[in-house]
Ligand binder design. Sequence first.
Ligand code: ASP
Length: 307
Amino acid sequence: MGNNFSIAIHGGAGTILRSTMTPALQAQYETGLQDALDTGYKILEAGGSSLDAVEAAVVKLEDFPLFNAGKGAVFNNVGGHEMDAAIMFGKGLEAGAACGISNVKNPVKLARAIMEHSPHVLLCGQGAEQFAKLQNLDFEDDAYFYIEQRYQQWQEALKEDRVQLDHSDKKFGTVGAVALDQQGNLAAATSTGGMTNKKFGRIGDSPIPGAGTYANNNTCAISCTGHGELFLRCVVAYDISCLMEYKGLSLKDACDVVVYDKLVKIGGEGGLIAIDKSGNIEMPFNSEGMYRACRNNGGRNEVLIYR
Ligand code: ASP
């Protein structure tokens, strides 16, 4: 005990354009972020595990309707909600994930249950929901997930027959958390509703270990947000870990290579949050903004939206 600990969270790389953000709305986003951040931080401060901290922070973000995850998840092409989530623990590379699930109140809890109570890593759709029932996780009816603004976004996308990333400026939305605890264990979690008007069972990077979510005690913990197809192709989270492990790059240099060079070259817009085994925090993004926050035992405490 007495070691460094830190946590970072995000609420998506597709912020509402600065020109359309109002002070009142900005305050709501900041309150939601600070609340989730403090929830995770208190667990770390009390000596709890990074796994508990990232799960608790993501539950708060899932329950907060302005972010695209849990309550607030975007509508798919048939007017439903299909959510994806993953969690990973850096100590033994344990991972659990669920994709294409509906009506599960907190997808991150299902991801953790899959990690801890099944022999599998990734479960999808009805099978995953069946497992959630066996684990006595909470379900909510469709009305719980109905948010008027999301419905309007879907209607617009439907009219033009386009699949779009979250938020009014057609960008991204997802939530995530990464943390280092006092025992030196790293953990990461990500949860998303994916893209508005998505069809054919589309799944992005969020629930895929190594793409949108990754944790390894030898290197770092990462949670991504952005255009999932491009993040999948770049295997973003694992690539950052590899650059650190095999090339000896610092967390910052590894993040910079992937977010500002590799992703940009193939048109991959978005960002990520990252913490390394010493507790250093990075929150890079190549989009206009990213809802993000971080806090550590050295007194750093930031809640940010734009550059
Ligand atoms: N990466 C997520 C996805 O493609 C979306 C996001 O982060 O906004 O499903």
